[in-house]
Write a protein that binds this ligand. Structure first.
Ligand code: HEC
Ligand code: HEC
Length: 182
């Protein structure tokens, strides 16, 4: 994997700003994440409302604690600040935390604890963290190899991100649920 990473470093540097936007669900021509609240509003009344608020608050607390601890280092490449990154070394440390919060946590509807031992953030002991790494690899194949080979698409650079499938759930839906009446 390391060798593969090195080979792609130049490409990664070039694409990183665009991909980072995609991770966070914000691309120039696809509002992505911004649409999530609309989709949520269609859920049965009360469903998940409280728990998703408290999960968001809990994630926010972790991010704020990290940002305070990092200070100026927020702008340093995440790979210089954190121990065990395989994919996000080039991204500024502060932005890595926002990707974790919005791109990963909110997309899956989970707290940081779903993937992390919060006393040892670099640990890979939790299964979902290991799955998340494989998901990053899968998303890259979809974006860089599969979507890129559909020439008749109108977008210049069509992308999927975690939100595309997960939409606030750990298990992506296989159907649209009950019919809504308008
Ligand atoms: C869906 C799983 C998932 C969630 C949820 C998640 N993370 Fe992560 N996190 C990861 C993965 C995977 C990596 C390693 C990425 C890589 O290899 O480049 C990581 C890496 C990190 C690192 C770097 C650790 C180190 O020392 O290398 C920090 C810090 C971190 N996450 C913080 C957070 C915070 C804060 C939250 C909640 C706001 C969060 N994460 C939510 C999966 C997750
Ligand atoms: C193309 C659709 C798709 C995309 C894009 C996608 N996932 Fe997934 N993800 C899935 C499916 C399907 C599963 C399996 C759910 C199940 O267990 O049946 C899954 C499972 C997971 C799990 C395991 C959850 C658990 O606790 O068992 C994690 C973590 C995860 N995805 C993280 C991510 C992250 C992070 C991203 C973005 C980097 C991402 N996924 C992008 C489809 C996707």
């Amino acid at each position: 994997m390391r060798r593969h990473l090195l080979r792609n470093t130049t490409l990664a540097l070039f694409l990183t700003p665009l991909l980072v936007l995609a991770w966070m669900g914000r691309t120039a021509d696809a509002p992505g994440d911004d649409e999530a609240p609309v989709a949520r509003a269609a859920l049965p009344e009360g469903a998940n409302a409280l728990s998703s608020d408290s999960l968001a608050a809990s994630r926010e607390r972790h991010v704020t604690a990290f940002l305070e601890r990092l200070g100026e280092q927020q702008n340093a490449p995440a790979g210089e600040v954190f121990d065990s990154l395989e994919y996000f070394q080039q991204v500024p440390a502060g932005r890595l935390l926002r990707i974790m919060n919005m791109g990963f946590g909110r997309s899956l509807g989970v707290g940081c604890e779903h993937c992390h031992d919060t006393d040892q953030w670099s640990s890979n002991a939790k299964r979902p963290k290991r799955v998340a790494r494989e998901m990053i690899a899968m998303v890259r194949v979809i974006n860089d190899s599969l979507l890129a080979r559909i020439p008749a698409l109108e977008s210049e650079r069509p992308v999927v991100n975690c939100t595309t499938c997960h939409r606030g759930d750990v298990k992506p839906a296989l159907d649209l649920g009950a019919e809504q009446d308008g």
